[in-house]
Design a protein around this ligand. Sequence first.
Ligand code: PMP
Length: 494
Amino acid sequence: MDQTVSPPAAATAQQYAISEWHDTDEIYARLQQLIRQPLRPIRRDKMQEFLAYFDAKCQRSKALTDEAKLYIPGGVQHNLAFNYPFPIAIHRAEGAYLWDEDGNRYADFLQAGGPTILGSNYAPIREKLIDLVRECSPVTGLFHEYELKLAKKINQHMPGVEMFRMLGSGTEAVMAAIRAARVHTGHKKIIKVGGAYHGWSDQMVYGLHIPGTRRKESTGIPRAVTKHTQEFFPNNLSQLRRMLMLNRAQGGTAAVILEPVGPESGTRPVPFDFNQQVRALCDEFGALLIFDEVVTGFRLGLGGAQGYFGVKPDLTVFGKCITGGYPMAGGVGGKKEIMLHFAAGIGGTGERAYVGGTLSANPLSCAAGYFALEEMERTNAAVLAGQAGDRLTAGLKSIIDRLHLPYAAYNQGSIVHLETSGVMLLDLKNPLKLLRELKPRKHMMEEMGAAYMAQGVITLAGSRLYTSMADTNDVIDDALDRIEYVLSCVEGAG
Ligand code: PMP
């Protein structure tokens, strides 16, 4: 047989960014060890040097963001931009790099929080969008062909997304998914994983960042609104089962919502069979399974996490990559009989799940999404980004070993985690430790982010690095050298 000819199935098979699922137990063992130890921050003299960079080289950023504090609460409009010691004002974006207002160049592993998997400011999409806007403007309020093209394209790669409703953000999409789940099941309870972020809607600001914290961040949200939201400890399936059983006796669970790689984009990773097991529990208890694929949707591959894990959710929430990095990025999709609840009154079935949005599904966003998915198909972007993630992770691991540091590096394809302070792994099982260590560990993470930035590498909050198709081996190797310098300045490194 001619070994060079691929079988037809392989030619059409989805490809994914993850070359091999990580050893989840090993990662937790390492993370547990990390948070049992005292902090290992950057040496004070070296940290002063890193901070001096900002005073010397980022003066225009400082002036702009200082003035912004007079007009914008906290000085920035988005948490991601809230960097220590002060926010950096970005002037230019191209491929793997960003440039700030003072002309400094950075390797960009923030990637706008995840969407720019083709690289920043990707010219083939930009040029098509400029043509579209010239012809049709970004918004008309009426139907545009790209709404259909995008929905069809998603369905082509994710057959479970039979129908798709485009919205304005991941937050909105989560709200819509929950509403549809409640209409469809007639149940109220929503179960999420403790620590997971699913946007900032009232009912989802519950158990954020740190498992077990429930309403800790729910300032301004009446208790009645979070009354039907519940959290279970990451990966604790027996607790989930108990909740589902208890809920059954009290009216039932509308949905379990989760990020398929684990909360905070896999910062607390799941074992490979986790999603399959949650699917089975949902089926047993008549709850819908909602995958929040705001991050994994197309970053793991065009089939998303649901394709990679081979698990079909009832509803899928999209954001970020759905518009290739252009605003406004959000949508929900899934089984036809559930999705039709969004259409009641104009041809739907049963009760209506009300959603809206003046600028949702505007031609610019839908065309951006369609072109982005087309380009991802053509270039195999998710897989290339995943290879860059593997290279970055392997490099980080070997630096950590070489310098004898207790840190942990692991990845799910192009989602790379570099845990140095372990703050994201604290939880309420040990409340005293949490109380004592939350602030210093969080501050250490901010310092690490500042030090990487002073070395020309932008990360997400000092502990997550997204890779893109633009991250060639040279980009990754250069970034590794810079990160190695930072890590060599840690107390006791070497
Ligand atoms: N879900 C997840 C998993 C996310 O990461 C985010 C955004 N970071 C959201 C929902 C909310 O999306 P948006 O910021 O578009 O509202």
